[in-house]
Design a protein around this ligand. Structure first.
Ligand SMILES: CSC[C@@H](O)[C@@H](O)C(=O)COP(=O)(O)O
Length: 329
């Protein structure tokens, strides 16, 4: 399964706002509409946003657009996932080295894309080792093939563990307000024939209390130097619940999601999205039109609630600041 393709100097994105009802591919030859595609979440998930921005940068080069302007506009699309900025920095460095040659830039974007898939597979390999036999795993949001270059981070770990016959059940939180768990994670699991049960977000604690969750694994949008990390809103409650019930809690991420320039989670910028995402469901009004809404897209989970960090280089355990620095500094 994939959600991003580059063919004939054209970027193709699987429209994730339409899944799982319709599989619609959109095509882009201009970088400007890609900004909107990221903002409106046609494409979403930290690594996928980074890969998409790299290809959009190539479109700007092919158009002969001002690359500085294109980079700034792409960077302003969503603030939390650091992969976006990481990929754009890497493209800008390459542009400086090659004088903005489109062919060289396309090769760089393809490398970013392929490396992301390879990192997900490596994470899957390392992460599967922490999954016990007959595991019942809980995940939140979508950190799968759709959220990455392919295969997935948290779902990559689940896929690899499933390939080893270790997974009895995956519980997918539906993930209000935009239902990435229900629409995307459930879709990936069902498509890949991985045993899956969809739950509303408020059901996770009761499953843990009944001893029905052996392990939690989630993705990440940005990790600070001490291991605090931002992920989809609701991840923090899952971590608190897991801690209370003694359930191991893992976060899976590639090096492109680590931001060592931020000392702790308080420095991670958190995107706030439109009120109507909470007041409505699929365009149907579910709350008074004028009610005040609080709609942060992400929350920060403190490293003290994390059992281990699954990366492409291996699994890191506390002390996280020292061990992240050793591996990625
Ligand atoms: C491998 S994806 C990791 C995260 O980006 C994912 O868990 C998440 O929070 C996605 O948020 P989204 O708002 O759907 O882009």
């Amino acid at each position: 399964m994939d959600a991003i393709r580059w063919e004939g100097n054209t970027l193709f994105l699987l429209d994730q706002t339409k899944l799982p009802v319709e599989e619609v591919w959109l095509s882009y030859t201009d970088y400007r509409p890609v900004i909107d595609a990221i903002r409106t979440m046609v494409v979403r998930g930290a690594p996928a946003i980074g890969v998409t921005a790299a290809y959009a940068y190539c479109l700007a080069a092919l158009e002969g657009a001002d690359l500085k302007e294109a980079k700034a506009a792409l960077a302003a699309s969503r603030p939390t996932a650091v992969n976006l900025f990481w990929a754009l920095e890497r493209m800008e460095k390459q542009a400086a080295a090659c004088g903005g040659n489109p062919e060289t830039l396309i090769a760089e974007a393809i490398a970013i894309h392929q490396e992301d898939v390879a990192m997900c597979r490596a994470m899957g390999h390392h992460g599967a080792a922490v999954v016990p036999d007959h595991a019942r795993i809980l995940t939140h949001c979508n950190a799968g093939a759709l959220a990455t270059g392919g295969y997935g981070t948290a779902l990559g770990v689940i896929r690899a563990a499933h390939e080893q016959g270790k997974v009895d059940m995956v519980y997918a939180d539906e993930t209000r307000p935009l239902l990435q768990g229900a629409r995307l994670t459930a879709y990936e699991l069902v498509t890949d024939h991985i045993p899956a049960t969809l739950i509303a977000d408020n059901m996770a604690a009761s499953l843990m209390a009944k001893g029905q969750i052996d392990l939690v694994v989630v993705g990440c949008d940005r990790m600070a130097a001490n291991g605090d990390f931002a992920n989809k809103i609701g991840t923090y409650s899952v971590a608190v619940n897991a801690h209370h019930h003694g359930v191991p809690f893992y976060v899976a991420l590639p090096c492109s999601t680590i931001d060592l320039s931020i000392p702790d989670g308080s420095g991670i910028p958190i995107e706030e999205r439109e009120a109507d995402e909470v007041r409505t469901l699929y365009g149907v009004q579910t709350a008074p039109r004028t009610v005040e809404v609080y709609n942060p897209a992400f929350d920060v989970t403190p490293h003290s609630l994390v059992t281990g960090i699954i990366t492409e280089k291996g699994v890191i355990y506390p002390p996280f600041r020292e061990n992240l620095q050793k591996l990625f500094g």
